[in-house]
Write a protein that binds this ligand. Structure first.
Ligand SMILES: Cc1cc2nc3c(=O)[nH]c(=O)nc-3n(C[C@H](O)[C@H](O)[C@H](O)COP(=O)(O)OP(=O)(O)OC[C@H]3O[C@@H](n4cnc5c(N)ncnc54)[C@H](O)[C@@H]3O)c2cc1C
Length: 366
């Protein structure tokens, strides 16, 4: 693991300066630049959860390291990486040998997407409407997905649709799919889009996890991948803390530095403590997802990590804006973007309310 960590850190050290250079433009234009995407692929940051025989690392711990490090610079790019790695993970966890052989090489070049949410709702996965009709050896997909990360520049879609046997996961490329980019407030540049399927043909060999097993594929993939998603919140919170400390040490009010006021010191102390607690929780949960023993299952831990990370990232962004005063709300300040990004952690990959539903089910044994 030591060797793999240093391999990933080396890759990060090559990619992060490029992301940093383009970060404002990514946010301003809501655009993922092709050189950033290419650098992520070239430095293996998009293969973290791929099987080892496909050049991957199969490690949620490393996926967290990447998500945290990239989110410190740009949360939109980090979200693209997390969703791509989750798509690869779905193939690793549920794909047949033939499917891995067909799709994993494509996912070394094209970003992956997981398309579940529909315009009529995202939380209630069992109520999805999109249909896949069987015609001989193929399925015909009709319907609409929305709020799909990576869709505007991605090339491989895992789509959940209704078949006679229940919800089923299909893997398809972009051909015939109509993508409309959305203009979201935070995590910009992550290719968030609506996606229309009108008579899109998918071969029966491209059913992932078996007919009627779509919910198992979706939830089985999302559960462990909420841990790297939570690591994004850790990265956002760290940036907020670092920016707030720097600002408080430099800014003067009433003849002393803002950092000399006890009210500000307590905010910073509280936040630093929350961040350290979150870090331990996330990386311990990632080790459990990687196989370490635990009394709690990965679904519950993933939900807890995501719930807590969203809470701490929002708190960190709010405190940082508070410490910056008026300068904290000016577009272009590092904490203003974090304020917009942090809120989206509450919603993407399942809302905080749904995380509480999942956690309470385990804790209450229902
Ligand atoms: C930045 C971003 C990226 C995303 N990326 C993807 C992606 O790549 N793929 C994808 O498929 N989806 C994606 N989504 C969609 C996301 O998963 C959904 O927005 C989310 O699941 C909520 O669904 P909804 O927006 O339809 O809200 P709804 O399901 O309509 O919920 C509305 C409100 O009701 C609450 N609610 C619903 N049910 C309950 C309940 N049982 N108990 C308590 N409260 C409840 C919700 O918490 C929410 O507050 C993304 C969303 C965002 C913001």
């Amino acid at each position: 693991m030591v060797e793999e960590v240093s391999d990933i850190k080396e890759g990060l050290s090559r990619v992060l300066p490029l992301i940093s250079k383009k970060s404002s433009a990514i946010d301003k234009n809501n655009e993922m630049y092709s050189d950033v995407l290419q650098a992520l692929f070239d430095n293996k940051l998009m293969s973290i959860l791929a099987p080892k025989e496909y050049g991957g690392f199969e490690s949620y711990y490393l996926a967290c390291l990447v998500a945290e490090s990239v989110a410190k610079i740009n949360a939109g790019v980090a979200h693209s990486v997390v969703v791509h790695n989750a798509t690869v993970d779905a193939l690793r966890l549920f794909g047949t040998a033939e499917q891995k052989e067909k799709w994993l090489p494509k996912l070394k070049k094209k970003a992956g997407t997981l398309a579940m949410t529909e315009p009529s709702g995202g939380s209630d996965v069992s109520a999805l409407k999109m249909e896949a009709r069987k015609e001989g050896d193929v399925y015909i997909l009709n319907g609409r997905k929305t709020l799909i990360t990576n869709a505007s520049f991605g090339g491989v879609f895992i789509v959940i649709a209704k078949t006679e046997e229940g919800l089923t996961a299909f893997i398809t490329e972009k051909d015939g799919v109509v993508v409309t980019k959305l203009n979201q407030s935070g995590m910009r540049g992550s290719g968030l889009s609506s996606v229309g399927f009108s008579n899109v043909e998918v071969a029966k060999e491209d059913i992932l996890g078996g007919l009627g097993k779509g919910l198992k594929v979706a939830l089985g993939t999302l559960s462990p991948n909420r841990i790297p998603f939570a690591a994004m919140g850790l990265g956002i919170a760290e940036t907020c803390l670092e920016s707030a400390i720097k600002y408080a040490k430099g800014r003067t009010a009433f003849g002393k530095k803002v950092a000399d006021f006890q009210g500000i010191q307590w905010m910073i102390a509280e936040l630093a403590t929350e961040i350290e607690t979150l870090r331990s929780f996330i990386y311990n949960s990632a080790e459990i997802a990687d196989g370490k023993e635990s009394s709690l299952d990965v679904t519950t831990l993933g939900a807890m990590c995501k719930l807590k990370a969203a809470e701490i990232a929002k708190k960190a962004a709010e405190m940082a804006v508070e410490i910056y005063g008026g300068h904290g709300v000016i577009v272009g300040s590092p904490v203003e973007r974090a304020y917009r990004d942090a809120k989206l952690l509450d919603i993407a990959e399942g809302t905080s309310e749904i995380m509480k539903v999942l956690i309470s089910r385990t804790i209450l044994g229902r």
